[in-house]
Design a protein around this ligand. Structure first.
Ligand code: NAI
Ligand code: BUO
Length: 259
């Protein structure tokens, strides 16, 4: 049994923001299922939680595969003794100049960033219903889901889609006692951001770090965010203090986007 008696599942939990969320939710008292298509990193994060006195399991699943997502939620429910929160965090962000976009890249990004969230929502609803209680669904959008980001057309549009899904699911699932919210980080220091910086800088013929400077110009708080900044917000969305919040897409971007 976890310290707060609750179970959370985090997709893309093997590194970056997902790892920070898994560690934070474990600290908050959740038993955590760390799900990733990289089995090694998921295992490492679960071990880190267990060594620190928490309770975690690692699960291998590709969120673009509906059956694997349902299987992960079912296994988490059985092995951890319940199911209360899903964090649909896994995502990819290749840069996509408009004229170079191919059907393959659209499918790849949408299969993970959009369909992966849909499968996560469906699998969580099935688990909550079978357990006879409500729950919390938390989705990864982005500041790029509030404003179109240069050179990230497909990624940005996928994150707008996540906001749309979040609002609609919040309305559709409220009667089941399920809340649905999204978090919308700005630039977070993770391997994903490092890769975007490399691609944007190279496309501009500039050294690594140029992309970061360009994107970061408008951050009011004048610093990039840490994965832990995002995890703190997700901790709130996963806990009881957000019980009266649903359909929201919280910006955690240091003031990059005011709306
Ligand atoms: N880093 C940033 O600046 C921002 C990130 N985000 C979003 O936050 C989420 C996490 O991003 P980061 O931690 O930065 O990314 P990351 O690339 O550093 O880590 C992503 C994790 O997800 C896993 N993953 C990717 N595709 C998967 C799939 N199909 N099935 C299972 N696991 C999969 C990867 O193996 C990795 O462990 C993403 O949805 C991203 O779009 C949003 C705003 C800003
Ligand atoms: C990768 C991403 O979502 C950014 C920069 O907001």
């Amino acid at each position: 049994m976890s310290k707060n008696g609750k179970v959370a599942l985090v997709t893309g939990g093997g590194q970056g923001i997902g790892r920070a969320i898994a560690l934070r939710l474990a600290k908050d008292g959740f038993a955590v299922a760390v799900v990733d298509y990289n089995g090694e990193t998921a295992k490492k994060v679960a071990e880190e939680i267990n060594h620190a006195g928490g309770k975690a399991i690692a699960q291998l699943a590709d969120v673009s595969n509906r059956e694997q997502v349902f299987a992960a939620v079912e296994a988490a429910t059985k092995q951890l003794g319940g199911f209360d929160v899903i964090v649909n965090n896994a995502g990819i962000a290749p840069t996509t100049l408009i004229e170079d976009i191919t059907p393959e890249i659209v499918d790849k990004v949408y299969n993970i960033n959009v369909k992966g969230v849909i499968w996560g929502i469906q699998a969580a609803v099935k688990a909550f219903k079978s357990l006879g209680h409500g729950g919390k669904i938390i989705n990864a959008s982005s500041q790029a889901g509030h404003v179109g980001n240069p050179e990230l057309a497909i990624y940005s549009s996928s994150k707008f889609a996540v906001r749309g899904l979040t609002q609609t699911a919040a309305r559709d699932l409220a009667s089941l006692g399920i809340t649905v919210n999204a978090y919308c980080p700005g630039i977070v220091k993770t391997p994903m951001w490092e890769e975007i910086d490399r691609q944007v800088s190279a496309a501009a013929g500039q050294p690594v770090g140029y992309g970061t400077k360009e994107f970061a110009k408008n951050i009011t708080l004048k610093r990039l965010s840490e994965p832990e900044d995002v995890a703190a917000c997700v901790s709130y969305l996963a806990g009881p203090d957000s019980d009266y919040m649903t359909g929201q897409a919280l910006l955690i971007d240091g003031g990059m986007v005011f709306n």
